[in-house]
Design a protein around this ligand. Structure first.
Ligand code: BV8
Ligand code: ZN
Length: 246
């Protein structure tokens, strides 16, 4: 099991602005399948078939079934220690931002408050045309759901080729550039523009840490790579950080 270097704990004790950015790897330990690992959701379907407007328009029933299936998984899991530690760390820093690619909402369930959901949230639906919001429960047995305006209702998530919610992305960029310590946890660092955040932090002078089960395209350019499970490493970091220094 990899050591938690003193350097990281020392830095945590000497900074005020912490940004944590998470991907599917943090939810993996709650039982939510990741995208690109074995048994990942993508290996059964291609992302562009399922998580894109064209894919939805081509086969809305299939895409709706896929999201309903993932919502079911999400409704039967709970946050894990990794989520809880991130929620605890938010209380310890004057300026803290959590940026997540995850759409399962588990960070909020775990108690995180300042959460930027870059890719939306599977527990919300909206109208494709007028953007009216709708509850997550959709009964497909009555056929496809439609809005009063006649538009199709879809999950309120960001699909490939769609731009991310503007204000959310703006704030993610601003807080990343202002961060003194940037910790990326459980992402394959492939999906853009989320994957550019650590580099942006580094360019603005932040110390960048990557916590992940395996190395990724960002590993070579971070200051510290901690290989392992987020649900194990994050609690150890919090324990070391909480030890009194005298
Ligand atoms: C956009 C929501 C442009 C839906 C998702 C450059 C700039 C801009 C865009 C692009 C670009 N290059 C390419 C693009 C297009 C595209 C893209 O990035 N493609 C990739 C595949 C190359 N980007 C887009 O289309 C984005 N839109 O920028 O549009 C634009 C601009 C202006 C105007 C119009 C358009 C939109 C991207 C969002 C797509 N939506 N999800 C849904 O979920 O159904 S992406 C999807 O992948 C999820 O959100 C997920 O979060 C995301 C990333 O995956 P990860 O979270 O990293 O998960 P993954 O399984 O890949 O990795 C998990 C990692 O955890 C692994 O490394 C594993 O080892 C590790 N792990 C596992 N267990 C553990 C663990 N680590 C620690 N502990 C464990 N226990
Ligand atoms: Zn509508």
């Amino acid at each position: 099991m990899c050591q938690i270097p003193d350097e990281l704990i020392k830095r945590m004790r000497n900074i005020r602005r912490l940004v944590i950015s998470t991907g599917a790897g943090v939810s993996a330990e709650s039982g939510v399948p990741t995208f690109r690992g074995d048994g990942g959701v993508w290996d059964k379907m291609s992302p562009h078939e399922m998580a894109s407007v064209d894919g939805f328009m081509k086969n809305p029933e299939l895409v709706w079934q896929w999201y309903q299936h993932r919502l079911e998984i999400r409704d039967n899991v709970k946050p894990n220690r990794g989520h809880e530690v991130i929620a605890e760390l938010e209380k310890r820093f004057d300026y803290f931002t959590l940026i997540t690619q995850n759409i399962d909402g588990l960070h909020t369930v775990a108690g995180s408050i300042n959460v930027l959901e870059l890719h939306g949230n599977i527990t919300r639906n909206k109208c494709l045309d007028c953007q009216e919001m709708y509850e997550p429960e959709i009964d497909l047995s009555d056929g496809l759901p439609y809005c009063e305006c006649g538009g199709m209702i879809r999950p309120d998530v960001v699909w490939f080729g769609e731009s991310l919610p503007e204000t959310v992305l703006e704030k993610a960029f601003t807080d990343t550039e202002a961060s003194e310590l940037f910790i990326s946890v459980g992402t394959s660092a492939i999906v853009q523009p989320a994957a550019s955040l650590p580099l942006m932090a580094s360019r603005s002078g932040a110390y960048v840490v990557e916590i992940n089960l395996e190395s990724t395209p960002m590993t070579a350019s971070v200051d510290l790579f901690l290989q392992g499970k987020s649900g194990e490493l994050l609690p150890r970091i919090l324990d070391e950080f909480s030890k009194n220094t005298d």
